[in-house]
Design a protein around this ligand. Sequence first.
Ligand SMILES: NC(=O)c1ccc[n+]([C@@H]2O[C@H](COP(=O)([O-])OP(=O)(O)OC[C@H]3O[C@@H](n4cnc5c(N)ncnc54)[C@H](OP(=O)(O)O)[C@@H]3O)[C@@H](O)[C@H]2O)c1
Length: 342
Amino acid sequence: MRAVRLHEIDRERGPQNFRVEQVDDPQPQPGETLVKIARAAFNRRDVFISQGLYPGIQLPCIPGSDGVGTVAAHGEGARGPAVGTRVVIDPTLGWGPDQRIWLRSAQVLGMPHQGTFAEYIAVPAGNVHPAPASLTDDEAAAIPLAGVTAYRALVSRGGCTKDDVVLIPGVGSGVQTFVLLFAKKIGAKVIVTSSSDEKLERAKSMGADVAINYKTSEKWEKEVAAVDGGPSLVVDSAGGDTFFKAVNVTRYGGRVVVYGGTLGDAKLRPFSLFWKQLDILGTSMGSPRDFAEMLALFDPSTGSGHVIKPAVDKVYAMDEVVAAAESVDKGAQFGKVLLAVT
Ligand SMILES: NC(=O)c1ccc[n+]([C@@H]2O[C@H](COP(=O)([O-])OP(=O)(O)OC[C@H]3O[C@@H](n4cnc5c(N)ncnc54)[C@H](OP(=O)(O)O)[C@@H]3O)[C@@H](O)[C@H]2O)c1
């Protein structure tokens, strides 16, 4: 089969090291399902791996955590959707029995386990779910990693309800676009920030109520604080100074959920935390239950009855994998960058 492989890592030139090669087809082992991938999607993780910025890198590897395709075969004893069913793959491997916390041995699909940037992938049958019928292949491929991370952050950890005012810093991020979609499906009021007016317009068209440019509005946090007395819930992956300011504008009794640190370490002012009785909650990926509940939100008959569609930035051919990786590295995209695998 054709697959994208990475043989070397490099801090500067990492995204240029992705290669399309011919490799052996995977064979489904007992309990596994073989999926023929149609579309895969990039996450920042894939670029971080190419740059050596991810723990436990094993080379060569086939990256990719997100994919949509059809069930091609089942290994012995595997129970799951029938051969030919259109499916998406849950990218969390071996979460474990506790909803609250994943096992230290849990893994993310796509290094060291073979990823979705390949024509075929064999995964545990329990990780394979029917794709939401309301979505195209491109839209469905965009969901898995970003969708489950966003759902767990916003709902399972953040406890979002229709009465919340949710702050989403850096809405151009793949995960943050899902936080916006889910918060609007739940009926919350949403404030987004971005470095780009174009991305803010896209976010407004997806339902954002207040949109602020953090590059051109030097005191963006003051504008955020002026909306209904500040957010009751923040979902952040920027870290750094953004996290510091977001905590400071959160209203009394609010929650701040963090799943990333793109800008690096953050300061905290203890007074903001204890005086305002804030909760800070960390989260990563999501459990099998989070994944199933998240997929259900794409059923138009659930929640507010609102039809939600993932934001797709651009679909690249598999041979254009380097250009796709470079665009994710630059962060110019709004929503997900996809690879057309077959
Ligand atoms: N823990 C987990 O399970 C998990 C899962 C997925 C991702 N992550 C982490 O979450 C982060 C985002 O991942 P992603 O795949 O969504 O990344 P991405 O699509 O590459 O998005 C990065 C975004 O960060 C935003 N940003 C940059 N500087 C900012 C600033 N000063 N203030 C606010 N926002 C800023 C930008 O938003 P604008 O373009 O709108 O300005 C940019 O688009 C990464 O650190 C990633 O490692 C963690």
